[in-house]
Write a protein of this length. Structure first.
Length: 479
């Protein structure tokens, strides 16, 4: 039964009904029926807010994660992505329906398969930020299989937000969404997955006034074992690539991030290719260990640095000219058209002139390690060595020592190897002992050992050869 009655409405009510009237092509009765039907289903006066407006705005401000895909699909039909014009009309209609007072402009170079999209939202700041996040997430998610749209920029000014998107690839598209709108997404998910752990950790940092140090287990293990800790695992995980493939500028930024957030040092400043670390350590041995770990870390990255330390600072200065000289020697060794033995003779000749190189201790440490590594690589290639053990290492390094005119003895007992140098002819010329050559050959041995066994080999120095002594000796142990 249809009952006809006359009603009067003020302009405000008519404006709120306009979207419904338009959707029903001017049929006012149909529009009223839809409004009444929705009000009946909700159990509340239609479009009334269940929470206070100030509380609602606060909630929007606190939202710092992306909404789940299933919720996004309920908010905006995934099929709407087939037309930018229809998507714009639908969202403007929804904003009016929700009384959010948002005006949306959605421009694209193609209505169906856009390669460039410009979103412009005007209204109250909390609401347009939230709307921009939802719409950007919707466009990125639903364009991945069609022509992935990457967020290029997000600009905020006054009560307006502009978001620019353009076609890209799936990886960069998803990454851009996290960068611009989901910065805390992974953090909050992690906090929720282990709330007790993170609550306790945060409380400890706060109670100690952020004087706690949080480092990788391998770094801590090196400290306990009295080794030089590097922290390369953390840096490689952040960079998602091996340490030797990280560009220097990125490497310095990662050192700053890791050393500051782990609280190993108080502050890190980067000046072009130089780096300054500020700390409050009082123990000179601790400061020296941090300095050496940084030099070794940057050396693994392929760069040589001078290091100086004061009471509260460690200053590292880049020395590319020394690195270039070392690269030249190593490249000659690797690129020799003849066997590696020929290049060993060239290496010996080079060692004789080491006194002419500035900053001898730094350059020789790096040179020795890289030469030792290169020698093992070349012998590995020439002799088709698939894996290293102490017996193989003894055999190969014994050959290297004979070429370097080093008289040595080996004593192999299971997983222990005692290595004794009785005479080093290149370091001792008559009554003259060259400490620089001795240092380089020792570092070459360490480089070879590190290449063959990585961190598995434990090296114990029993005696070092100095002028007047008869021999030097080290013990190598494998787990």
């Amino acid at each position: 039964m249809i009952i006809t009655k006359h009603i009067s409405l003020d302009k405000d009510c008519v404006d709120k009904m306009t979207p419904y009237v338009e959707r029903h092509q001017g049929n006012f009765s149909a529009a009223m029926r839809e409004i009444i039907d929705k009000a009946g289903k909700s159990g509340l006066p239609y479009n009334s807010s269940a929470i206070d407006n100030s509380l609602f705005n606060w909630m929007l401000n606190e939202i710092c994660i992306l909404i789940p895909d299933n919720v996004l699909n309920e908010v905006i039909d995934p099929m709407m992505v087939n037309s930018m014009r229809k998507l714009e009309d639908f969202l403007n209609y929804r904003f009016r329906e929700l009384e959010w007072d948002i005006d949306l402009s959605l421009k694209s170079d193609n209505d169906t398969f856009p390669t460039e999209v410009l979103i412009e939202l005007r209204g109250q700041a909390p609401k347009i930020r939230f709307a921009a996040c939802i719409l950007s997430q919707y466009l990125v998610k639903n364009s991945l299989e069609r022509g992935p749209l990457e967020i290029r920029s997000v600009v905020n000014f006054n009560e307006c937000i502009k978001v620019e998107l353009s076609v890209s690839n799936k990886k960069d598209a998803q990454k851009s969404l996290n960068n611009f709108f989901g910065g805390m997404d992974d953090v909050i998910k992690t906090l929720k997955s282990h709330p007790a752990f993170w609550k306790s950790l945060i409380e400890r940092h706060v109670l100690s006034n952020y004087n706690m140090v949080t480092v990788h287990r391998n770094y801590f293990e090196d400290v306990l074992a009295n080794n030089i800790p590097l922290g390369e695992i953390t840096i490689e995980n952040l960079a998602k690539k091996p340490i030797h493939e990280i560009p220097l500028r990125e490497m310095l930024s990662l050192i700053k991030e890791v050393y500051e957030t782990s609280r190993v040092v108080d502050r890190v400043e980067i000046d072009k290719e130089n780096i300054i670390l500020f700390h409050n350590y009082r123990n000179k041995e601790a400061i020296e260990k941090i300095k050496k770990s940084l030099i070794t870390l940057l050396e693994c990255n392929g760069h040589l640095y001078d290091a100086k330390s004061t009471a509260n600072m460690i200053v590292l200065a880049h020395r590319p000219e020394v690195g270039m000289k070392i690269n030249e020697v190593v490249d000659n060794l690797k690129n020799s058209s003849s066997s590696v033995d020929h290049e060993l003779l060239m290496f010996i000749a080079f060692l004789k002139g080491l006194k002419d190189i500035p900053d001898i201790p730094l350059s020789l440490t790096a040179l020795g390690k890289r030469i030792g590594t290169s020698l093992m690589q070349e012998y590995e290639k020439e002799n088709n060595i698939k894996s290293w053990n102490l017996e193989t290492f003894q055999k190969v390094f014994g050959i290297i020592n004979s070429k370097l005119h080093i008289e040595c003895e080996w004593k192999l007992e299971g997983k222990n190897l005692l290595y004794t140098v009785r005479k080093c002819h290149i370091a001792t010329d008559g009554n003259t002992f060259n400490k620089y050559i001795c240092h380089t050959t020792r570092e070459a041995f360490k480089g070879a050992l590190s290449y063959a066994f990585g961190n598995r080999a434990e090296l114990e120095v029993k005696k070092l050869l100095t002028h007047g002594d008869n021999f030097c000796q080290v013990a190598i142990r494998l787990p």
